[in-house]
Design a binder for this molecule. Structure first.
Ligand code: ZN
Ligand code: ZN
Ligand code: FE
Length: 655
């Protein structure tokens, strides 16, 4: 079994701080209990010569520890010390070395003073910047072409994190867990970091130092935290090679902190959020991959490979009741990410020693992942199964709970439906291999296709175009469109004609409400309007005089939008934002209960990217409780598309 990377353990941290220890202040201090694993393993079995540590023959001292059954480093493949192990150096943006006997501490000081420093970690490069100054963050945003997408930060300690964020007991446990994920924490009342870190959101992504190098970075500064965002060119995977880093980051960073240990496999930081008191994995990568998720036995007699959809892709190998998910690959829209997906998948097959007998992909005809599935299907001469997007979502929930059947609410941004329409607010029945669409949100046209997701006012227009006064309302906001007035006019005309692929997407309705409340008129990163709406709903109350309107299999969303539109003047934005969530949650929960009772199905679940939303999940859970059902949520698999490869493989393995 191939282990995941493990954050520095307390004993190693103590030695790092002990002047009498021979690894005092040594950045690559590790032991049998901690250190990189997955990111350094080139092939199996997990022995030093099969890792990128093979370039560092251990000295006598290290070898002694390695051979001593009583030593903490007995058979530790990563054992190393300042004498024999990797070394670290600080270079300028041209790769010229800076003279310093404390390169790590020096890098920390530079960051604290306003420089941007690329920091080589275990699974890839980070870009480090101050969390207190705006100037470096502005530079970082323009260089990374990230206008508003939140940056993750690394707090120097748990205490420091509590100085700007709310940390509950379970959150504390997650922050300190061996994986040390990025955890989305609520900004505290005492939040004093730059507003450029997570603009418009009430959460901030925080992780704690997980290597000796990270700990030393804070040694000679007072900063509570540094921005630590993965270094990559837009729409490319995280950088892992030194020469690539120097070339690609010229003009972005002022300095680079480099070490001479190669990264065998890149691995981004994991991202977790606490929802309904449970860890919910937004990105399951460093610290978790490739640890298997246990699923129902008997369902997986045929080793099956799933390749994901398009966004937040992972691949998955399902065999012997275990689902091995790859590390986070990202949005597979470019050649580089397709290549990364293929490499990571082949490596995973290698690690698991598995020859797949089936391969599964999304139903969408033009996804790159579907093309890769076709290629692998030919190469291995194995059958290819195309699994409907929301069916796969529901299946991954069934798999994790090892159930035979379920009524499942699946809400996300977009998935290709059986009818060619864009689904995304669905109530499904599934028994694993099969599914049935029982109910869904009212459909509205995606005016301008993908533009409807980028400019959520388009979605609002698609719903409200014929409501008195709305046309003037939209024209007042025409400045939010790239082409201004003429674009607004055209959108309204298209809306009247009902032009555009119909969508039942829940994400798009949340976007439309965000636009209506002037919370977000443009999406610069995935989920932005809906995330801002979730933040805006904080401390809101339900103020609409409206019960969910259900017509046949449809939960109507036009009455919701109309009701909010009519209340714009009288009610507070936070109450309207909250009410939108509650309306959708109540409606979907009622539809699910109704169907579960009709079909005599005992279990109801909720998944899809919208299931990260705390208001919707909480409300659905409460309604179900009132009807005698317990809401089932994902355990370890991501609710979003990061887990969809598991669902695809689960379906295909049973067909
Ligand atoms: Zn250790
Ligand atoms: Zn040594
Ligand atoms: Fe999805």
């Amino acid at each position: 079994m191939i282990p995941a990377d493990i954050s520095i353990c307390p004993e190693c941290e103590r030695e790092l701080r002990d002047p009498s220890d021979r690894r005092f202040r040594y950045f690559f201090i590790t032991c049998t209990n901690c250190g990189p694993r997955f990111t350094i393993i080139e092939s199996t079995p997990y022995d030093r010569e099969n890792t990128t540590m093979r370039f560092f023959p251990p000295c006598r001292g290290c070898l002694g520890e390695y051979r001593d059954p009583l030593d903490r480093r007995f058979h530790a493949q990563t054992v190393a010390c300042p004498e024999c192990g990797p070394s670290v150096r600080l270079v300028d943006s041209d790769g010229r070395p800076l003279r310093s006997d404390k390169p790590i501490e020096e890098a920390g000081k530079l960051v604290s003073e306003g420089s941007i420093v690329a920091v080589k970690g275990n699974g890839g490069y980070h870009l480090a910047a101050s969390t207190l100054m705006d100037e470096p963050l502005e530079r970082l945003r323009s260089a990374k072409e990230r206008r508003r997408k939140p940056f993750a930060i690394m707090a120097r300690s748990l205490e420091a994190a509590k100085g700007f964020a709310e940390v509950s007991k379970p959150e504390e446990r997650l922050l300190l867990s061996p994986a040390h994920p990025i955890l989305l924490l609520r900004k505290g009342l005492n939040y004093h970091l730059s507003d450029l870190i997570a603009p418009g959101l009430d959460t901030v992504g925080v992780m704690l130092p997980y290597t000796g190098l990270h700990l030393l970075l804070f040694d000679e500064v007072d900063d509570p935290a540094f921005v630590m965002t993965s270094a990559n060119k837009p729409s490319e995977p995280i950088i892992k090679e030194d020469d690539v880093a120097i070339r690609a980051l010229r003009g972005v960073v002022d300095y680079l902190l480099i070490h001479d240990r190669l990264i065998a496999h890149r691995c981004d930081d994991s991202v977790v959020k606490l929802v309904q008191g449970q860890a919910s994995y937004i990105r399951r990568s460093r610290g978790y991959a490739p640890k298997p998720i246990m699923v129902g036995i008997g369902s997986t007699d045929n080793p099956t490979l799933g390749l994901g959809a398009e966004l937040n892709v992972t691949s998955c190998i399902l065999a012997d009741g275990k689902a091995f998910l790859s590390q986070h690959i990202g949005d597979v829209e470019t050649l580089e990410t397709v290549r990364f997906l293929e490499e990571a998948t082949r490596h995973l097959l290698d690690l698991v020693r598995c020859k797949p007998e089936r391969v599964a992909c999304d139903l969408h005809p033009r996804f790159n992942t579907s093309r890769l599935a076709e290629k692998l299907s030919e190469e291995f001469s194995i059958p290819l199964y195309r699994v409907q997007h929301h069916h796969a979502h529901a299946a991954k929930l069934l798999a994790e709970h090892r159930l035979d059947e379920m009524v499942c609410i699946v809400c996300d941004g977009f998935g290709y439906g059986l009818d060619g329409k864009a689904w995304g607010g669905e109530v499904l029945y599934s028994n694993g291999p099969e599914f049935e669409r029982l109910a869904h949100l009212e459909e509205h046209p995606l005016i301008g296709g993908d533009l409807a997701a980028l400019y959520p006012l388009r979605m609002a227009a698609a719903v409200l175009y014929d409501v008195p006064g709305f046309q003037e309302w939209l024209h007042e906001r025409a400045g939010s469109f790239p082409h201004g007035e003429p674009e607004a006019t055209l959108i309204l005309k298209e809306a009247e004609r009902g032009r555009g692929v119909p969508t039942s997407s829940c994400g798009r309705i949340l976007d439309a409400v965000a636009a209506l409340l002037d919370v977000a008129h443009e999406r610069t990163y995935e989920g932005e309007p809906a995330l801002k709406l979730e933040a805006a709903a904080n401390q809101g109350r339900y103020v609409l005089n409206l019960e969910p309107v259900i017509e046949g299999e449809r939960l109507l969303t036009k009455p919701l939008m109309e009701s909010i539109y009519e209340s714009l003047r009288g009610e507070r934005a936070r109450d309207l934002a909250y009410s939108a969530h509650i309306y959708l949650a109540r409606g979907l929960a009622l539809q699910a209960v109704q169907e579960a009772e009709r079909l005599q199905v005992r279990h109801i679940g909720f998944t899809g990217g919208v299931a990260y939303n705390r208001w919707i999940t909480r409300e659905i859970s409460q309604i179900l409780k009132g009807h005698g059902y317990e809401l089932l949520l994902q355990k370890e698999a991501p609710c979003g598309d990061g887990g969809i490869s598991l669902g695809q493989a689960y379906v295909a393995s049973q067909l």
